[in-house]
Design a protein around this ligand. Structure first.
Ligand code: NIG
Length: 399
């Protein structure tokens, strides 16, 4: 993760949206295929792969500002939930918001992601939690596809427990497994299935039932694991060969050891810890040092992480979790792509891959996490097309 393969004064040759070659500028410029190429000058800037944000909940109906103020005033997660806040409040607004409005909102989020350097994004359902709501979310995700980012859809039918099933959660899981989930799979509406296994959400047994069914149906698996408490979800994810286990703020040393020996990615979401004002970040240093494959994602959602800025996530990873800038870049690009199962087409600048890249207003990539909360993106390119270009600030004439 520390080897970024940096090429000083490098160049890329792109044809039809695909990287043809990459290497030292003097070599690339002299290729016969480069003779008529249009030149984009990146002198003095850093060019790197676009971010792969491998965990988001980008479709939702409204911000959760009341939760925010209650938390600032000292309310706990349980107290906020008891007042009708938390995920349940997003479920209410999602169900009440027409698909067109959700789509408009989500489109603007995707544009902002592109402005901040993300070129591929995983996105979950999970605020519908009923037939209509879950289909609505998945259809909105489908409508965002390739406009202009690649969107990898995840079915999160087991997010919160729907109020209608508060007293019979097992019936809800049974309906998911035998009704909704197989239909979603048949229609090809989601690549991954995901579950929130934690205190106040799904138990380990319920999560197992959901994930086993999902796996049998052919979904790839993700698990929200050890976010607020230690539930055993990491081990369950490893046992069921989940592609990633996400959050991991409360993993223990045995989880870390098992993760290091498995093919399951450890996806860390420090934005949630930051926004909730918690102290316990995932033990990134131990995970990496033991040999686990670590990815970083925003976890963008209206409750725990209202930021789609991967650059800020890198700053948190370095300052709060002691990842090196190089590790953070790897975790947010190629490892993110592994966590979203798209490493064959995203996450690195290699011949044959789509030209999904960003140009940063930085002379050294280490400035990326160092200047925190800042948008360094000068230009974002998706499949060889410039989809975002930084504007200039106009001068203001003297009165
Ligand atoms: O990843 N933990 C569960 N899901 C989200 C929170 C969603 C919400 O609060 O709306 C997360 O942090």
């Amino acid at each position: 993760m520390r080897d970024l393969g940096i090429i000083p004064d490098g160049a890329l040759l792109i044809h039809n949206g695909t990287i043809l070659d990459v290497g030292p500028g003097h070599r690339i410029e002299n290729l016969s295929a480069a003779r008529d190429a249009r030149e984009i000058n990146a002198a003095g800037r850093v060019v790197m792969p676009g971010f792969v944000d491998s965990h988001t909940h980008l479709v939702f109906g409204a911000s959760r500002l009341d939760d925010f103020e209650m938390r600032i005033a000292g309310a706990t997660r349980e107290e906020i939930a008891a007042e009708g806040g938390g995920i349940q409040s997003s479920v209410r607004t999602l169900r009440a918001t027409p698909a067109k409005r959700l789509e408009r909102r989500a489109r603007s989020v995707v544009s902002n992601m592109a402005r901040h350097g993300t070129t591929t994004v995983e996105a979950k359902s999970g605020y519908g939690l009923d037939e209509k709501g879950e289909w609505k979310m998945l259809r909105v995700l489908d409508s965002l596809q390739r406009k202009p980012l690649d969107v990898i859809p995840t079915f999160l039918g087991a997010h919160a427990i729907p109020l209608e099933y508060r007293d019979n959660v097992d019936d809800y899981i049974a309906w998911m497994c035998s009704g909704l989930m197989p239909r979603i799979r048949r229609r090809g509406m989601a690549v991954f299935a995901d579950v929130f296994c934690d205190r106040g959400a799904y138990s380990l047994g319920q999560s197992r039932r959901y994930l086993e069914e999902a796996r049998m149906l052919g979904f790839l698996l993700k698990v929200h694991a050890e976010q607020f408490s230690h539930s055993g979800a990491t081990r369950l994810g490893i046992e069921l060969e989940a592609v990633s286990v996400d959050h991991l703020d409360h993993v223990d040393s045995e989880d870390i050891r098992l993760l290091a020996r498995s093919a399951t990615m450890a996806s860390l979401l420090p934005g949630s810890v930051f926004h909730l004002g918690l102290e316990r970040y995932a033990p990134a240093r131990m995970l990496i040092d033991e040999g686990a494959a670590v990815a970083l994602a925003t976890g963008f959602n209206p409750g725990t992480s209202p930021s789609y800025n991967m650059q800020m996530v890198l700053s948190l990873a370095c300052a709060q979790m002691r990842m090196t800038p190089a590790e953070a870049v790897s975790a947010a690009t190629i490892n993110g792509a592994y966590a979203a199962r798209c490493a064959d087409r995203a996450g690195s600048l290699e011949p044959g891959k789509p030209a999904d890249l960003i140009m940063l207003d930085l002379a050294d990539y280490r400035e990326l996490p160092y200047y925190f909360g800042v948008n360094h993106v000068h230009m974002t390119m998706k499949r060889g097309v410039i989809i975002y270009q930084e504007g200039s600030v106009a001068s203001c004439p003297e009165p």
